[in-house]
Ligand binder design. Structure first.
Ligand code: IPM
Ligand code: MG
Length: 368
């Protein structure tokens, strides 16, 4: 059997720095665990725009379709703010999601014990938190037509369209129910059925899928605004949250901050199984390109490293090794190591991006 293949797209801002640490971990698996990955690297986002005039080259897109998994750093930066919409760095990422049909975006929000005091919420509200947001990623208002800025009389009108088909709702609902069965068996579905027809349909289809296939899972529904409030009030009431593309974007940023820092949160974007049985997959940290700290060695590589752990679990069926990486991260945090996003405790000097990566490698060594 050939080695599992990875396409690495570091992207912009802190993307390359955090990805460099992931590359070390990938190398560790080859050296110490006998799992050699075939790694190729390419450009995405602003970096691709600078080289090719487009945020994703067609060859890169084709390569992404061939590999077992894509690892992405981050895209975007102020340098590209005034570009035409069609070539903005973010379009590169959206194209990958759309053309790979990565409809289920898994965003776990887990609070590491050592970091419970970093949350803006009280320790007892977040300590031990372990929830999973499943965000629909290939449809909804991000992609709906019509869209654009048009002229109506003597003023301009901005238009985007929220649109969901039954099958788009059903497949992401199934992903959420399947995950719940492996966790605490509870799903909360969030929409705005009180004001949006797409929300009414969302609620109906989730309920139908539940009744027909997953009645063993506990299902509840919440309006997304109330869900946002409940996430801040008592997040531990949730197990799996399933929601649409835009609400999922917002709710997952909020959930990420519950855990102390956006620098900690990984994600997996999964599609249908490929011929080899593995799902189409892209893994990326939830945080963005953080241009304000890029190139300074300040970024926290943990979200990106935990994204690779998700790849081990969801693409390569290496759940034990995924847990090994997660435990190594937990260990360095318990030892008091902090990157600059995690400061505030007395007498702590921050470690650099690469020092954090090296410490995680050392903890991995110790796990053997
Ligand atoms: C995310 C990001 C993206 C999104 C951007 C970079 C296009 O915010 O993955 O949450 O809006 O989906
Ligand atoms: Mg976002």
């Amino acid at each position: 059997m050939s080695n599992p293949s990875l396409l690495i797209l570091p992207g912009d801002g802190i993307g390359p720095e955090v990805m460099a640490e992931v590359t070390k971990i990938i190398g560790w698996f080859g050296d110490k665990r006998g799992v050699a990955f075939d790694v190729s690297e390419d450009l995405v986002g602003g970096a691709a725009y600078d080289a090719h005039g487009a945020p994703l080259h067609d060859d890169t897109m084709a390569r992404a379709q061939e590999v077992d998994a894509v690892l992405l750093g981050a895209v975007g930066g102020p340098k590209y703010d005034n570009l035409d919409f069609s070539v903005k760095p973010e379009r590169g990422l959206l194209r990958l999601r759309k053309e790979m049909d990565l409809f289920a975006n898994l965003r776990p929000a887990q609070c590491f014990d050592a970091l419970a005091d970093f949350s803006s919420l009280k320790r007892d509200v977040v300590a031990g938190l372990d929830i999973m947001i499943v965000r629909e990623l290939t449809s909804g208002i991000y992609f709906g037509e019509p869209r654009g800025i048009i002229r109506e009389g003597n003023e301009r009108v901005g238009i985007n369209t929220q649109r969901y088909t039954e099958s788009e709702i059903a497949r992401v609902a199934r992903s959420a129910f399947e995950l719940a069965r492996k966790r605490s068996n509870r799903v909360c579905s969030m929409e705005k059925a009180n004001v949006m027809e797409s929300g009414v349909l969302w609620r109906e289809v989730v309920t139908e899928v539940h009744q027909a296939e997953y009645s063993d899972v506990e299902l509840s529904h919440m309006y997304a605004d109330a869900g946002a409030m409940q996430l801040c009030r008592w997040p531990k009431q949730f197990d799996v949250i399933v929601t649409d593309n835009l609400f999922g974007d917002m709710l997952s940023d909020a959930a990420a901050m519950l855990t102390g820092s956006l620098g900690m949160l990984p994600s997996a974007s999964l599609g249908a199984p490929m011929a080899n049985g593995r799902p189409k997959a892209l893994y990326e940290p939830v945080h963005g390109s953080a241009p304000d700290i890029a190139g300074q060695g300040k970024a926290n590589p943990i979200a990106c490293i935990l994204s690779f752990a998700m790849a081990l679990r969801y693409s390569f069926d290496m759940g034990e090794d995924a847990a090994r990486v997660e435990k190594a991260v937990e260990q360095v945090l318990a030892d008091g190591l902090r990157t600059a996003d995690l400061l505030g405790e007395e007498g702590v000097t921050p470690v650099s991006t690469s020092e954090m990566g090296d410490a995680i490698l050392a903890a991995l060594d110790a796990s053997l």
